[in-house]
Design a protein around this ligand. Structure first.
Ligand code: ATP
Ligand code: MG
Length: 428
């Protein structure tokens, strides 16, 4: 039969790599708890209109990257979420999450974009995102940045730089937009087809273009920063004051515009030079107009999303990748007849918090002691528990350290597993 394979650009995450994913996710949950962000889980499928209205019709995601389909029964237009900010906002409106003031939320999960797969760019990828809804002050923008910064420190990421910009407010953007159109119209000869098409629809998107031929003209384009009024400048200063007071280095990048239309005021990216052109590991900003855009009341909000694949790739690049916790013990059982009693003992050990793996029978019964010991060794377990016939006859088990030859072999009573089990545990 023809072999089936995963869909192009969508990856299986296999052990032991999956342990690194779990370790990162666990650190993030802990971080979110300390910053008082609560978990929100929304569906992977949303109405297509949510993204068209939320992200903007003339954006890469909506124009060419969405996995959209019709519900086969009622024809409803649906899309696999390409990002989750719009979904979080939809849920916040739908469930009146802000009836009682602001809400700090986070999520983790798969996102889907029909892009050309390459290192750090996949069709199913995974994001961790944090969103602070209902807060207008720049100090919350800064809090989110401090939180991401704290995560880099805790997981040992060093090669990452923070870029910051302000996209101002709609009136400021309109004035800038007119200047942008004028600028690019004077350089029509270097614009590619996509840029020409977008010029009057969404000229800000031209700044986001990665076309090398256009970079000089983009570089020379009028800067949105120069169109900011007093209030917008003050907002940016609130953010940078907090960063400076906390020793978080940043640079202002006036070309930073981000790929969705929903942003205003603060935008930022954490960027590394170590992942080629997929160098942005975390990106976000303020989106004070998104709630209205998808049918809610005006609500200030700010957030970020990080790409888990890119963060883990960068950690690996730096040699700082975390391994999962080692197995505590491997049960070597020469005779299958002992299994009911052995498994009772293993249950007790597991209830003490130990991770324990048991050698299982095959069609031929139990493997030889020699091959079981080989397995125990390659499992990475710190101890072998040997449930031999002699031991079992006396209600005992032999505990043998596999990684530390200075630890003497010991015999323990099965009935006292709840007492000695703890001493074998590597993590609390
Ligand atoms: P890029 O400019 O690299 O396409 P983006 O601006 O489209 O990124 P966002 O929509 O801001 O990315 O998503 C936030 C983060 O999610 C990115 O910084 C990146 O780490 C990650 N990300 C985005 N698209 C992908 C993808 N196709 N594969 C893997 N990670 C991705
Ligand atoms: Mg993109």
């Amino acid at each position: 039969m023809e072999k089936l394979a995963a869909v192009k650009g969508m990856n299986d995450i296999l052990p032991p790599d999956s342990a690194r994913w779990e370790a990162l996710e666990e650190r993030v949950r802990n971080l979110m708890r300390r910053f008082a962000y609560e978990n929100l889980r929304t569906p992977i499928v949303e109405p297509t209109a949510l993204f068209v209205r939320g992200l903007g019709e003339v954006t890469d995601i909506v124009e060419k990257e969405m996995y959209s389909f019709e519900d086969r029964l009622n024809g409803e237009a649906l899309t696999l979420r390409p990002e989750n900010t719009a979904g979080v906002v939809r849920a916040a409106i739908e469930h009146s999450l802000l009836y009682n003031g602001g809400k700090r939320l986070y999520y983790m999960g798969p996102m889907f974009r029909h892009e050309r797969p390459q290192r750090g760019r996949y069709r199913q990828f995974h994001q961790i995102g944090a969103e602070a809804l209902g807060f207008s002050g720049g100090e919350v923008d800064a809090e989110l940045i401090l939180m991401a910064h704290a995560l880099w420190q805790e997981i040992g990421l060093t090669d990452v730089a923070l870029q910051l910009n302000s996209l101002g407010q709609p009136e400021e953007r309109n004035a800038h937009r007119a200047a942008l159109i004028q600028h690019f119209e004077a350089h029509l000869d270097v614009l590619d087809e996509e840029a020409k098409r977008r010029l009057h629809l969404n000229p800000l998107r031209l700044l986001d273009s990665k076309n090398p031929a256009m970079q000089a003209v983009i570089e020379a384009a009028p800067r949105l920063l120069d169109f900011l009024g007093e209030a917008s400048k003050r907002h940016l200063k609130t953010v940078t004051d907090v960063l400076e007071a906390n020793g978080v280095a940043y640079s202002i990048n006036p070309r930073l515009v981000r790929g969705m239309d929903y942003y205003n005021l603060t935008v930022f990216e954490f960027v590394t030079t170590k992942l080629g052109s997929q160098g942005t590991i975390c990106a976000g900003g303020r989106y004070d107009y998104l709630f209205e855009q998808v049918g809610g009341k005006p609500t200030p909000a700010v957030g970020w999303a990080m790409g888990i694949e890119r963060v883990l790739e960068l950690l690996k690049e730096q040699g700082a990748a975390e391994d999962g916790p080692a197995l505590d013990a491997y049960a070597v059982v020469p005779d299958a007849a002992f299994l009911p009693q052995v498994m009772g003992c293993l249950q007790t050990l597991r209830s003490q918090g130990l991770s324990v793996q048991m050698h299982a029978t095959t069609a031929e019964g139990m493997a030889s002691m020699k091959s079981q010991f080989k397995r125990a060794d390659s499992s990475g377990a710190r101890y072998a528990l040997i449930f031999g016939a002699d031991e079992m006859a006396q209600g005992q088990v032999t505990v043998k350290a596999l990684r530390d030859s200075t630890v003497a072999q010991q015999t323990r009573a099965l009935s006292e597993a709840a007492q000695w089990g703890k001493s074998l545990q590597s993590i609390a």
